[in-house]
Design a protein around this ligand. Structure first.
Ligand SMILES: [Zn+2]
Length: 325
């Protein structure tokens, strides 16, 4: 049975080289094992071997029984750089991702975009989808504090809508991050709040209604969306301002989204399946981050005891259909 891991991360060596040799707001140091450590406002990431060595990664996937990974960059993204540098780095990342995606059936990829320059982002998405043959793009949940629902991003959504592109909303450090800087709570909670807020604002602002051909995917099982959707609908009925920009209850749009399984609690997975349907749930691992796991991705889906058709869809069939693999 083909297994497609929709949510995992890769730093192309070309990108790591570029942020060390050229201007960058990301500071790179090395840990005791000579892994690059990327430092940026609010967080850091250790680029372990799986993050940057594609041949090594192929052997890991082979051993784990994962057929294909949909690669995406991860935090800090290119939007923490000066706009011109962000656009240059996004091109470096996407050119490298396209080479890896063309290397074997093991990988495909989502583009990264210089989100602090919306016009350059629209142009780079078009290039990624056409010239490079990428399947869509990963967007961060907020862009240096600006919401994805902001009208400055509508030209980007016009391009995505025209191509029926996949847009994967992945969190970054949220607004209000200073309240969650201890105990590792920023990635544990802050990330899920960032995704939740981004998805809710994309729906309530009417962006999802206005650009109906975009296929939206939410990271980490949608943050808290499946759990809170009923409350959003209640707010839609109770508050006039919640109905200002949309014609239907928010859950009707949110049920059209796809949700990756990077919440390895079978109870939480069941809730998301009940909410959006088994055909809208995509296996994801967050490999090779410290709190990601290829093994838990596979075990938690297996623990659901689903009918074979649903299980096959979540493990890979849904992602294959979504991405045209
Ligand atoms: Zn991730």
């Amino acid at each position: 049975m083909p297994v497609v891991d929709f949510h995992n991360h890769y730093y192309p060596p070309e990108y790591l080289q570029a942020i060390q040799s050229g201007p960058s707001n990301v500071r790179v140091t090395f840990d005791a094992d000579q892994n690059p450590v990327l430092h940026y406002p609010g967080d850091y990431n250790i680029a372990v071997r799986g993050h940057r060595d594609i041949a090594f990664r192929e052997t890991v996937l082979e051993a784990a029984g994962v057929t294909t990974q949909v690669l995406s960059l991860t935090t800090p993204g290119t939007h923490v750089e000066e706009p011109a540098r962000a656009a240059a780095l996004a091109r470096i990342v996407n050119d490298a991702l396209a080479v890896v995606a063309g290397r074997s059936g093991r990988f495909t990829a989502l583009a990264t975009l210089p989100l602090n320059d919306p016009a350059a982002s629209a142009k780079e998405l078009e290039r990624g989808l056409t010239t490079l043959g990428l399947r869509g793009a990963m967007l961060f949940g907020n862009v240096n504090g600006t919401a994805l629902s902001d009208q400055r991003y509508w030209p980007l959504y016009e391009v995505a809508n025209a191509h029926q592109a996949v847009l994967f909303i992945h969190p970054t450090f949220p607004v209000g991050v200073e309240a969650m800087m201890d105990y590792g709570l920023m990635p544990l909670l802050g990330f899920t709040f960032d995704t939740t807020l981004a998805a809710a604002k994309l729906v309530f602002s009417g962006v999802v209604e206005r650009f109906p051909r975009i296929r939206w995917v939410l990271a980490h099982l949608g943050g808290t969306i499946p759990y809170l959707a009923e409350r959003l609908d209640r707010g839609f009925r109770a508050f006039k301002e919640a109905r200002k920009d949309i014609s239907r209850p928010p859950s009707t749009y949110l049920k059209t989204f796809f949700y990756d399984t990077v919440n390895f609690d079978p109870g939480a997975l069941r809730l998301a399946i009940d909410f959006a349907g088994a055909d809208h749930v995509l296996a994801g691992s967050d490999y090779p981050h410290q709190i990601g796991s290829l093994e838990r991705m596979l075990e938690s889906i297996s623990e659901l005891g689903l009918p074979a058709r649903d299980r096959e869809g979540i493990l890979g069939g849904n992602a294959k259909r979504l991405l045209g693999l």
